[in-house]
Design a protein around this ligand. Structure first.
Ligand SMILES: *[C@@H]1O[C@H](CO)[C@@H](O)[C@H](O)[C@H]1NC(C)=O
Ligand SMILES: *[C@@H]1O[C@H](CO)[C@@H](O)[C@H](O)[C@H]1NC(C)=O
Ligand SMILES: *[C@@H]1O[C@H](CO)[C@@H](O)[C@H](O)[C@H]1NC(C)=O
Ligand SMILES: *[C@@H]1O[C@H](CO)[C@@H](O)[C@H](O)[C@H]1NC(C)=O
Ligand SMILES: *[C@@H]1O[C@H](CO)[C@@H](O)[C@H](O)[C@H]1NC(C)=O
Ligand SMILES: *[C@@H]1O[C@H](CO)[C@@H](O)[C@H](O)[C@H]1NC(C)=O
Ligand SMILES: *[C@@H]1O[C@H](CO)[C@@H](O)[C@H](O)[C@H]1NC(C)=O
Length: 563
């Protein structure tokens, strides 16, 4: 027993001696660094260590900084080591520091294993310092492996894995690695594996996180030239112009999408001229990831030569190249256009004025050619029935009236224009029944021509309001009445109002209401007796009368029916 003890002491002292003797000759391994969360547990075997499960005597753990501290190998200690493995249970902020394990092999070889430990509170758990590298590959299915320090812990200490994504539990994941299938942007985040392990009947957690990044998919499409869309672009000589060559290459393919201009087959970048300036820019639109490269060719001052050059927009994608040509064209000056427009406007106004002035002449001119005028609207005998006042007029008016009715009117309308008129006093056949005659002739007339004289409506002479007036007035009144009746009530004939002389101060107010109504509908034509040429059949007055008369004179053949 004693011998054994002595032997042991000898062994220990030899090893101590050895360790002291060889400290200077120890081989230092690179330092590993770990950042831990407060409250968790840390189990670590230096990666540089071959066989950690040897006697504790072969290892010495200590903390070199911030203060030197021996580390016990008693397993009940919160911080201890066992073999080559370091245990930090319920990590405290004070545990941060540099730790070293001196390993002295039985062969006498000495190694120093270094580890630096940082301690963070849980509020730092998303911090980059606490994640073990990013997973960023282009595979559809991503494997997320629990970082080695934690998976080693679980393997060695037979712990259980649980997985979290962004710190919420992923149920059913209990392996050292997990898979994210068909990863999308939604799968991005921090994946944490927690190893839950037992040590002397107590449960401890060790966790490690990694960030998953799902890169955007890149899709190379056939190149599509978005601009220019036309073969010709207008330009002004002497002014600057920008030509836009815009090319679509696909999704997320920056670096594989190029656009450029060529002039007469030579790349603009090879033309050393101050006249051209090309800028190129690639844009990836969000969120579509559409990649569009635009080359803008600026010509500082367009010259005549540019109108002959051929500009070519070239789009270069991963799979294809497309090109489209463009030529410049002198922009048409706007001045001739404006002049033309003004001219057309003037012409239209002029034409409108002409039409307005000569509307009646035009109507009369085209009348024979219009289809409506080809046939007579009816078989009536007379074109117009002429009524006028025969009583209570001053001498001058009476003369004017009689001249107009017996001379001017028939000479123009009948002799020159071929109309047939029924004129009171001229066409009455003596002895015939007046009332019947008036009624019949009225029915056989297509227009009622009313000659208004200054006295037509005045005083008690209003024919249809004067039952006690002498015979002529009664007859005249009957003509009026029948005429107005036909015109107003039966609407069989339209009325032509002709006025001789002035109406006087009272205007038309003295006329019977029916006549006033007609006057309101169409103003009477004034007979300009005193003006020169008024009597000529093509004077303005007669044109207006003819315009109101039927288009074609009544048929002569029907005449016998009444006479
Ligand atoms: C650490 O241990 C060594 C030998 O075991 C001893 O010499 C040293 O004094 C100890 N240091 C402290 C700070 O306890
Ligand atoms: C660990 O050692 C390094 C280098 O010697 C030093 O920069 C660092 O501050 C130390 N860490 C701690 C926590 O003392
Ligand atoms: C992943 O995508 C493949 C093919 O698109 C499909 O067959 C498979 O079911 C998908 N897997 C999951 C987990 O959605
Ligand atoms: C691990 O899981 C097994 C089975 O579910 C259980 O028996 C064991 O106690 C768990 N270990 C720890 C450390 O929680
Ligand atoms: C340890 O991890 C388990 C499983 O993830 C969890 O249920 C438990 O709350 C954790 N314990 C501590 C002290 O964080
Ligand atoms: C160039 O053309 C593209 C496609 O028509 C358009 O989206 C872009 O705004 C244009 N760029 C310039 C500077 O005109
Ligand atoms: C070309 O255009 C860019 C941007 O418009 C400008 O910064 C640059 O100075 C121009 N280069 C020349 C040579 O004119």
């Amino acid at each position: 027993m004693d011998a054994l003890r002595v032997l042991l002491v000898v062994v220990i002292s030899t090893s101590e001696w050895k360790s002291e003797a060889s400290v200077s000759g120890c081989k230092d391994f690179d330092r590993d660094t770990f950042n831990l969360l407060e409250g968790e547990a840390f189990y670590f075997v230096p990666y540089s260590m071959n066989k950690p499960n040897r006697h504790d005597e072969e290892f010495t753990w200590y903390r070199s900084s911030p203060q030197f501290k021996n580390i016990s190998s008693k397993e009940t200690e919160r911080v201890h080591y066992h073999g080559g493995a370091l245990f930090l249970l319920d990590v405290l902020p004070d545990d941060a520091g540099n730790y070293t394990c001196q390993e002295i092999r039985p062969t006498g070889k000495c190694f120093n294993h270094h580890v630096e430990i940082g301690v963070f509170s849980t509020s730092y758990r998303e911090d980059e310092k606490l994640t073990y590298g990013e997973i960023e590959d282009s595979d559809d299915n991503k494997e997320i492996a629990c970082p080695r320090v934690v998976s080693n812990t679980c393997e060695t200490l037979t712990g259980n894995f649980t997985w979290y994504k962004d710190f919420s539990l992923l149920p059913g994941e209990h392996e050292a690695e997990m898979w994210v299938e068909n990863a999308t942007k939604d799968d991005e985040g921090i994946y944490t594996c927690i190893c839950t392990w037992r040590h002397f009947h107590k449960v401890y957690n060790s966790s490690a996180s990694r960030r998953l990044i799902v890169p955007d998919k890149d899709i190379n499409s056939d190149v599509d030239i978005l601009s220019p869309t036309n073969k010709v672009q207008f330009a002004d000589e002497g002014r600057p112009i920008k030509l836009n060559c815009s090319v679509y290459c696909g999704k997320n393919v920056a670096g594989r999408c190029d656009a450029r201009w060529k002039i007469n087959g030579i790349s603009v970048s090879d033309i050393h001229s101050d006249r051209y300036n090309q800028t190129t820019k690639t844009v990836i639109e969000n969120p579509s990831m559409n990649t569009i490269t635009t080359a803008i060719l600026t010509i500082g001052k367009v010259s005549a030569k540019d109108f002959e050059d051929e500009f070519e927009c070239i789009g270069i994608g991963f799979y294809s190249v497309k090109r489209t040509t463009l030529t410049l064209k002198q922009r048409e000056s706007i001045i001739p256009l404006v002049i033309g427009g003004v001219f057309v406007l003037f012409f239209c106004v002029f034409a409108a004025m002409l039409v307005k002035c000569f509307a009646i002449d035009l109507a009369l001119f085209f009348r024979p050619y219009l289809p409506l005028s080809k046939h007579n609207e009816d078989n009536r005998v007379y074109d117009a029935y002429v009524v006028y006042q025969t009583q209570k007029m001053d001498k001058a008016t009476e003369e004017t009236l009689s001249r107009f009715v017996t001379d001017t009117l028939p000479s123009v309308l009948e002799n020159k224009c071929g109309y047939r008129l029924f004129i009171h006093g001229r066409d009455d056949i003596p002895g015939e029944d007046r009332l019947e005659l008036v009624e019949d002739c009225m029915k056989q007339s297509r227009r009622l021509m009313v000659i208004l004289t200054p006295g037509s409506g005045s005083g008690s002479e209003i024919p249809d309001q004067c039952p006690t007036s002498p015979q002529a007035a009664v007859l005249g009144g009957f003509d009026w009445q029948v005429g107005l009746h036909h015109a107003l009530i039966q609407r069989e004939m339209s009325v032509i109002l002709i006025q001789l002389g002035d109406t006087g101060p009272q205007g038309y107010t003295n006329f019977p209401p029916g006549l006033q109504h007609l006057i309101l509908k169409s103003a009477p034509l004034k007979w300009p007796e005193s003006s020169r040429g008024a009597a000529a059949w093509n004077s303005r007055f007669w044109k207006r009368v003819r315009y109101l008369m039927p288009a074609t004179p009544a048929k002569k053949c029907a005449q016998s029916a009444i006479v």
